[in-house]
Design a binder for this molecule. Structure first.
Ligand code: GLY
Ligand code: MN
Ligand code: MN
Length: 468
């Protein structure tokens, strides 16, 4: 937990950004059953609640009265039954005091407070709920139909929270550095374990073990697959084969839930083939170009398009694309091979604040989300600012069904050599993902060490560290 002054300051700044006055309603997450009520998923606190209240307790609700400036934490002290099953817990008021709150009340007192505010015509500001039970609770507290909750979210609150959370302060950067260090260990562990005959699951289990032993576990379910062309592949049943590539996309959360998110694509045999190297080096060049360009005031959309230019040029050299490079990029032709954006922001969420809405996080009045081919999957297009933490994750994938679809429908035919693309079916996919902090002069990579990234670095690492 950060200092109590940090949480007091954040709540004050939040209230100052709400010009309409009223009440800010920030619920914690609840435990979520996996397969029966008492067998819950690993508890994950709501990130916005963590940002303003720092507490890992389920079911609390934070209320900030914008007009009086007072914060109240609603929650119930544990019962004897809770103590028997979960051990002793500090009281609500003791936990509140740790984050600078002096006013607490039982949860049962909350509906009355909200009802009274509504009766007096005061706005109750809340963020888009992303779990069904929160939607139901908000509906019950505010007298809304659950179906209409989404229509009542506070855009003013969404924008205010984003404006505070988007730039990371020095305390947060220190946490993100810790998450990066765990990510480094996860990926070098994968490189050490990768060899023909291993099952993907063994590597997934080992690296997720690293995440749990050093922090709060993974920041998203790890992707460990020879089918790297399936972007979010969570199947771990493949047996590693010499000659294939293994794509590992994995990251960790610190105990305070700050995230990392790295991808490395490595040769199962320990050495890339010439063909793999050719494609790999195009992706690496796009990744490097994004670092060169990432700085305050640059539009992330332009970095995406510049990386797309590098990919297109490289794919043209290999005979997979053709035609004028700028025209091909403008048409979105590269998205046959990279059907995702160049990256996203990261912080307390691996896709930071995606629950609040990409519309508010990644775009603004100046930069609207595009529906065009190549840009429609870009999670953030707006200008970068100092303190933003971003992923940079270009890739090239050969997705058989997607190649077949484009060929059949004649999509971007002037720019794609489909016969050549079909020769790469079975190649898999390559993604190289790093995490950067935008600094006043440009950017720097998070983490003390960068996990091996060039062909030579990966081959050398695998030659020196691989388990027999
Ligand atoms: N691991 C999900 C992503 O890279 O965005
Ligand atoms: Mn990733
Ligand atoms: Mn990512």
């Amino acid at each position: 937990m950060f200092s109590k002054e940090t949480y007091i300051r954040r709540r004050r700044q939040l209230a100052e950004r709400i010009s309409r006055g009223g009440i800010i309603l920030l619920p914690a997450n609840s435990e979520a059953p996996a397969n029966y009520p008492n067998n819950t998923y690993h508890f994950r606190q709501d990130s916005t609640f963590l940002y303003f209240f720092g507490l890992q307790q389920p079911d609390y609700v934070g209320i900030i009265d914008v007009d009086s400036g007072e914060t109240t934490l609603y929650g119930d002290d544990v019962t004897m039954d809770d103590i028997i099953w979960m051990g002793p817990q500090p009281s609500v008021s003791a936990q509140a005091a740790e984050v600078g709150i002096t006013s607490t009340a039982p949860l049962a007192a909350l509906p009355e407070v909200l009802t009274k505010a509504i009766r007096c015509g005061r706005p109750v500001h809340f963020l888009p709920p992303y779990r069904a039970e929160r939607t139901l609770r908000i509906a019950r507290w505010l007298g809304l139909n659950p179906e209409s909750v989404a229509a009542h979210i506070s855009i003013e609150l969404a924008l205010a929270v984003v404006s505070l959370r988007e730039s990371k302060d020095s305390d947060e950067i220190a946490e993100l550095e810790r998450a990066a260090a765990i990510g480094y260990e996860m990926h070098t562990t994968a490189m050490s374990l990768c060899r023909p005959g291993r099952v993907e699951r063994e590597i997934a289990g080992a690296i997720e073990g690293v995440a749990l032993s050093r922090g709060a576990g993974v920041s998203f379910p790890s992707i460990v697959s020879q089918h790297g062309e399936t972007l979010h592949n969570h199947n771990y049943s493949g047996i590693l084969e010499a000659g294939r590539l293994l794509l590992v996309d994995a990251g960790a959360e610190t105990t305070m839930n700050y995230c990392s998110d790295y991808t490395r694509t490595i040769p199962v045999s320990g050495r890339f083939t010439t063909r793999q190297k050719e494609v790999y080096n195009i992706v690496l060049a796009a990744n490097a170009r994004a670092f060169e360009l990432s700085r305050p005031d640059t539009f992330y959309k332009d970095i995406h398009l510049e990386a797309a230019r590098v990919l297109t040029r490289g794919l043209k050299d290999l005979g997979l694309m053709r035609g004028d490079i700028d025209e091909a990029v403008a048409a979105g032709a590269y998205s046959l091979f990279m059907p995702h954006g160049i990256g996203h922001s990261m912080g307390l969420d691996v896709h930071d604040m995606e629950d609040i809405g990409e519309k508010y996080v990644g775009y603004d009045l100046e930069t609207q989300r595009s529906t065009e081919l190549g840009l429609s999957s870009l999670r953030i297009g707006r200008r970068l600012r100092t303190g933003f933490v971003m992923t940079v994750e270009p890739g090239i994938y050969f997705i058989p069904a997607y190649i077949a679809k484009w060929k059949k429908e004649g999509i971007c035919t002037p720019f794609i050599n489909f016969d050549k693309a079909e020769e790469y079916i079975g190649f898999g996919g390559i993604r190289i993902e790093d995490n950067i902090l935008i600094t006043p002069d440009g950017n720097r990579m998070l983490g003390q060490h960068r996990a091996p990234a060039t062909v030579e670095e990966i081959e050398t690492w695998m030659a020196e560290h691989r388990e027999p």
